[in-house]
Design a protein around this ligand. Structure first.
Ligand SMILES: Cc1cc2nc3c(=O)[nH]c(=O)nc-3n(C[C@H](O)[C@H](O)[C@H](O)COP(=O)(O)OP(=O)(O)OC[C@H]3O[C@@H](n4cnc5c(N)ncnc54)[C@H](O)[C@@H]3O)c2cc1C
Length: 383
């Protein structure tokens, strides 16, 4: 990559910028921080239903989406004109962090508010926003994003799903199979990427109203077992012309730029889960006694807790710094082109935050499991 281009894309590497502009969680205004309190929703509503979620009780999961919608948690980044709260990215990321302890529900919810909603926010026409965003904001509908296919994972733009304009020119006929789609079995509307003769294009696909849309069986995952993950099957699905999202042949703009923001939100979800794991481990270490001593009084356990806190602090700093600069640059922008430019400018920071927060979560949970000993098998670290 040329030097000029690199500076444009990853400012933090060559240029440390001004410390005055660094955003940290302490910079939240009191009223902004209040939104974090609404996520006591996780403790009161989600955790008591964890068994139902883990066994894919879709009615319970839908009800939770509804309840989260009622208190505005799905509406943070949606404009008020479309049923949202217009509260911006920092608060959206704070909510994502607070959803971390919600385990599998947090994953479903994060997909809904991230890749499930943001494509309409950035790329939708006013008509599309009016039709879909109020329902997604209220939690009446659940959103999903279908890019990956059996032959197109990291190489996401190598998708085989096709979209061909029908004879009357009124709709596009979609055929193909998407894989690993979060919320596949519970979502009402999907952003689906398919190849037209002009290239990859994004389509809004409704599950009930458009015949030929179905979801496969739930994948049996290693963890986050309660989030729905399945194939999305598209058999001669006719999608009305007005349901093209963005421009024909420019679906990669939608796909990749939305993923930048989704990566950042996933960083926050992981950060929230890591904080929960540390809290649970410390609580347990205070209660559990061996050799007539609370575990927390052993130096090696204290060292583990300190090490976990250090890792979380670093990950938190990187993630909040990133959302701070993203928010600063997107503030007041309306056109998809301008928003996309900002998001692609911070692609590296978003990816780095996701990597760091995921690795910190991995490390912190492992240490939390060690501190719990055999009790880890029944502890509430929900992954
Ligand atoms: C729980 C879960 C939920 C998901 N939800 C969604 C969703 O909602 N919507 C959606 O569209 N997709 C979803 N995905 C799919 C996810 O985005 C893909 O798994 C991801 O893009 C990677 O693709 P892959 O799994 O096919 O791995 P592959 O692309 O086959 O990669 C396998 C390994 O090879 C490495 N690799 C690949 N290419 C290179 C290279 N050029 N150089 C070096 N290493 C390389 C990868 O890093 C990886 O380690 C989900 C996946 C999971 C597990």
């Amino acid at each position: 990559m040329k030097q000029a281009e690199r500076q444009f894309r990853s400012g933090f590497l060559p240029d440390h910028g001004s410390m005055a502009n660094l955003f940290t969680p302490e910079d939240f205004a009191d009223d902004e921080a209040l939104i974090a309190k609404t996520t006591s929703f996780v403790e009161k509503k989600v955790l008591p239903r964890m068994e139902a979620i883990e066994s894919h009780d879709y009615a319970v999961i839908r009800q939770l989406f509804h309840e989260a919608g009622e208190i505005g948690l799905s509406a943070i980044e949606i404009a008020e004109a479309f049923g949202g709260l217009s509260l911006g990215k920092k608060i959206a990321c704070l909510v994502a962090e607070k959803m971390g302890p919600a385990g599998s529900f947090g994953v479903s919810f994060n997909i809904h508010t991230g890749v499930g909603i943001l494509p309409y926010v950035y790329f939708g026409t006013d008509e599309q926003k009016q039709k879909y965003l109020p329902k997604l904001a209220s939690g009446e509908w659940i959103g999903a994003y279908a890019l990956t296919e059996p032959g197109a994972g990291s190489d996401a733009l190598n998708a085989k799903t096709t979209a061909v304009l029908n004879d009357t020119g009124t709709g596009w006929v979609l055929n193909g199979e998407k894989q690993w789609i979060t919320n596949a079995r519970i979502a009402d509307v999907f952003v689906v990427f398919a190849k037209t003769e002009k290239g990859m294009t994004a389509f809004i696909v409704e599950k009930k109203a458009f015949p030929g849309v179905s979801a496969g069986a739930e994948e049996k995952k290693m963890g986050i077992k309660g989030s729905s993950t399945a194939t999305l099957i598209l058999e001669d699905v006719v999608v009305p012309r007005e349901n093209i999202l963005g421009e024909i042949g420019k679906g990669h703009h939608v796909a990749l730029n939305i993923l930048n923001m989704a990566r950042l939100k996933l960083a926050f979800l992981n950060l929230g889960t890591a904080k929960q794991a540390l809290q649970l481990a410390v609580n347990y270490a205070k209660e559990r006694r061996q050799f007539q001593t609370a575990l927390i009084d052993f130096t090696m356990i204290q060292e583990k807790a300190a090490d976990m806190a250090v890792a979380i602090y670093g990950a938190e700093s990187a993630a909040y710094r990133t959302v701070g600069v993203v928010e600063q640059d997107v503030h007041g922008l309306c056109s998809a082109g301008e928003l996309v430019k900002v998001l692609s400018n911070y692609a590296l920071e978003c990816a780095a935050s996701k990597v760091r927060c995921s690795e910190v979560l991995d490390h912190v949970v492992d240490e939390a499991v060690q501190i719990h000993g055999a009790a880890a098998a029944s502890c509430k670290i929900i992954l």
